[in-house]
Design a protein around this ligand. Sequence first.
Ligand code: ATP
Length: 584
Amino acid sequence: MMIVRELWREAARFPAALAWSTGLLALVFLTHVAQAVAIAWSMSAVLRGRPEDVLAALALIVGIALARTALSLAQASAAAGLGGRVRQALRRRAMRAALVPERLHDTDARDGSMRAALGDGVDGTDAYVSKYIPAIAQVFLACPVVVAALAVLSPVAGLCVAAGIVLALLGPMAWKRMMARRGLDHWDSYEDLSSDLLESLRGMATLRTLGDVPGTRRRLHSRSEALRGATERVMRVSLAETAVIDFAVQAGIVAAAVAALGHAASGQGPAIEVYLILLLSSEAFRPIRDLSRHWHAGFLGLTAIPGLARIGAFASGQAPEGVSERGLPESGDPQGAASRTSDTPAGGPTSGPTTEQADELRVSGLGFRYPGARDDVLHDLDLTARRGSLTAITGESGAGKSTLFDLVLGFLAPDRGGITLDGWPVSPDDVAVVSQRPVLFAGSIRDNLAVTRPDRPDRSDRSDEQDPDDSDLAAACRSAGILDDVRRLPQGFDTEVTEAGTNLSGGQRQRLALARALLARRPVLLVDEPTSALDAARAAEVVDTLHRVARDRIVIMISHRPETLTGAADVLRLDAGHLERSAP
Ligand SMILES: Nc1ncnc2c1ncn2[C@@H]1O[C@H](COP(=O)(O)OP(=O)(O)OP(=O)(O)O)[C@@H](O)[C@H]1O
């Protein structure tokens, strides 16, 4: 018997479902015991030449079998419900923990590991939660009752069966540590393979141009060999546990059979008692056999527990179900976190702007150092960006420009100083951003644009061509210089964008991202290298757009291209974390 505390705690968050599933399992077990009694009765009736008792016993056996079928179906459904609710809670919690700004800066986190933990890792817990936990409860509810009944019939048989049960439960604990270690190895190998596979798929074009496809194939092959080896080692330990349990079960049954024969030979009671000792001693081990079966089926999944703990899937406290640890209902969008991508408004689509317009964004005495770094990235930065004209920031690679943006967006918290908007601390809801590498999602162009709007219509309510907001979309696209491109597409705003926007050019992606940010109607717009993917003519158009946009909102642009700096009210140069004014 193995106790995985994290999963017990999770299952206990659904006490009604757990009790229902366990109760039904106990009833199913009761039908097995009742059937054993009925069989013993029918056999002794045959022996005593009582055909009417034989018929009655057979009818009882059939009735019990039918009842068991119905109970087993209900139990399977209850167990699936319990497992499903626990998986849903784990996934929801893990997503909430994963989709936070801090993760953008977690250099250790790999997307493949996260995908593996959220997918297979969470699913892997199902067998333990839905089958193994109720089976353990069944052992403690049912076995003592049957052992007590056996002890009444034959104390020796009762003792033998009790000893077998104790050995079956405690024996496997002897190598619990080894199991945990091998389980950890297995999950690490699995995560490594998943991460490498995802990275290879994403970077296939680069790998091909670098001529590293065979090398990648070899790397993946060695990862998958490592996983195979780890899986075999894990399964060997799991099989050893099954062997110990089987040994204890068989030894217990044989010893009880010997006791039953002794009982018969000494003529201590009627034949039905001998049959009962034989049949009940076998039934006493049924919950143990179930336990062993479910353990073996679910053990591989349990190796994901450390990975799930790493990504924050387990509840830290004991908040009642339906209420998260932060006191928020566990439903709906995880705090808008999913929407906080690098080119959406920092507050998520549903929060909306706090104010449509503001006059001044002020950065005062801002200092920041990355955790574990030796030096500050930004040193006592002062900067004021005003509505009405564009503020440009330039500087060498690594000077700290993106870090400054992340601080304004609330993705990072300053160590010193602060950032205010018209005198108030800036909120993520005030800021929209267009990043260097805009992220587009699979869906139509309309969906990609509407993702940022506070008044985003429900997809299901949309009547495609007559969408009343099309004028807004068109205006934003015109301002971002992408409207003509969209109109030239076969289905206009309804043209499907493939995953990551790969069916659009880099410049089109950037201009769509700009249109999306404009639609967010936030008082502050941060733009990171908006022209890096554009030719000179397009770049000039986008910069003109930004100048226009800057008339009624605060716009800060990072740019390396000197020609884009012309006309900016303020051009600031970041040099190793220090800000200095530079000639436009
Ligand atoms: N998550 C992180 N952990 C530790 N150091 C980091 C992290 N992100 C960035 N840095 C470091 O902080 C410094 C500033 O990085 P930042 O990305 O802000 O520069 P940048 O001016 O935007 O560069 P670029 O123009 O190349 O985008 C760099 O030295 C970088 O190595």
